[in-house]
Design a protein around this ligand. Structure first.
Ligand SMILES: [Zn+2]
Length: 408
């Protein structure tokens, strides 16, 4: 480190990222530049960089997109984000940084209360300290969910709605609870939705057997997110719109999609983009520790899982149990397999989830005043078919002006 001696010069990390295709909310700049000062985007332009006194880094040939915001992720690289071991939480965060995610929530699945409380306080400590700002908070996936729609959640650990227990969990999160998934049709479920909203976290409807009216009532009570739309909820019938119909028909609701080709067919992902618009779609991974690892057997808390061909299921072989998806692949699939415009896919991977979890004023798009959070993506990623794609997808990741990952 150098002492600055008060002289007027650029800081160590200040840089102009130039020559890349820069995806902004107003459109893609074919040869754009972004000036970064003190970890924040100072200016954005096209052509010759106009930021004086800052070194220029040539990124010709790559895409510069906002760092991805994954609001539903359990782990990756063999590590769990929902771990009572802070080192393991760090390993999982670093794995996803290597795939372009610059803000993520640690999703804590339904498990025995003591375990959820212990994990929540470890993750909260990491989010407040060493893993800030990439670890942006906590998503509680339960325990007040439906036993009929438990998916891969620990059925024995599902609880009836209890405000006092909810309070204990929120306290363990120490202000870092950003999203809480509940089944609003359970007795006391709507009161829970209001309690979560009052706490400052975002109530999410998921792992639920709610019908259209019950789910709509939850939105009226403050629910603003649909947890992995379609999965572990009542589907859409033309006379019985179910939880899915309620989520799609209300403009306030952001719909999470696990776009891994296993949870949802590409055609339904395209339909949701058409119906709801990218402003209301959040691409999420729902990734488990097996992401980035070989096929094999894993434990999701007390629930044994089997990963075959990259698809995670309960050992019954039928129920999907999280994914091995990464956000770069979710973006790539949205563009290549689903046929969404790059602009919209990027919005759904960054600004929409950032807004949904309450960090949209700080990150999620490339514009002056926002944090310098970027994924630098290989040109081929969005243009070459999956079978022909070998090696690196994300070339580098920057969080708040610092390179936190570079491909070898
Ligand atoms: Zn999940």
């Amino acid at each position: 480190m150098h002492a600055h001696d008060g002289e007027a010069r650029s800081g160590d990390g200040d840089v102009v990222l130039a020559g890349a295709r820069v995806v902004t909310q107003a459109g893609t700049l074919p040869s754009g530049w972004v000036a970064v000062r003190d970890g924040v985007i100072e200016a954005v332009g096209q052509g010759e960089p106009a930021a004086a006194g800052i070194p220029v880094l040539d990124l010709s040939g790559a895409w510069l997109v906002p760092g991805f915001v994954d609001m539903h992720v359990h782990g990756g690289g063999g590590a769990w984000l929902s771990s009572a071991d802070p080192d393991e939480v760090g390993r999982a965060v670093r794995f996803h940084l290597g795939h372009g995610t610059t803000s993520m929530l640690a999703s804590i699945a339904t498990s025995p209360l003591d375990s959820m409380l212990a994990t929540a306080s470890v993750v909260a400590g990491a989010a407040a300290g060493p893993l800030a700002p990439a670890l942006a908070g906590i998503h509680l996936e339960g325990p007040f969910i439906s036993r009929e729609r438990s998916g891969a959640q620990d059925r024995e650990a599902i609880r009836d709605p209890e405000p006092a227990t909810m309070e204990r969990l929120l306290e363990a999160c120490d202000g870092w609870a950003r999203v809480v998934t509940v089944a609003p049709e359970r007795p006391g479920g709507l009161a829970l939705v209001r309690q979560i909203a009052r706490s400052g976290a975002v109530p999410a409807v998921g792992h639920t057997d709610a019908g259209f009216e019950e789910a709509t009532g939850a939105v009226d009570a403050g629910a603003r997110v649909s947890t992995h739309l379609f999965n572990a909820m009542r589907g859409l019938h033309h006379r019985d719109l179910g939880t899915v119909g309620a989520a799609l028909s209300r403009d306030e609701v952001v719909c999470e999609l696990v776009n891994d080709g296993v949870h949802l067919r590409p055609e339904v992902v395209r339909l949701v983009f058409q119906v709801a618009g990218a402003q209301r779609v959040a691409l999420v991974t729902d990734a488990i520790a097996a992401a980035g690892m070989a096929d094999g057997d894993y434990d999701f808390g007390r629930v044994p899982l089997r990963v075959r061909g990259g698809a995670a299921r309960l050992v019954d072989g039928r129920t999907i149990a999280g994914s091995t998806l990464t956000m770069d692949m979710a973006l790539r699939r949205a563009v290549r397999e689903v046929g969404v415009l790059i602009q919209d896919a990027v919005t759904a991977a960054s600004s929409t989830p950032a807004r949904a979890i309450g960090i949209g004023d700080r990150t999620g798009s490339i514009e002056p005043g926002k944090a310098a959070d970027f994924a630098l993506v290989d040109r081929d990623v969005l243009t070459v078919p999956a079978e022909e794609m070998r090696g690196t997808k994300v070339l580098a990741t920057m969080v708040a002006g610092e390179w936190v990952y570079r491909a070898k």
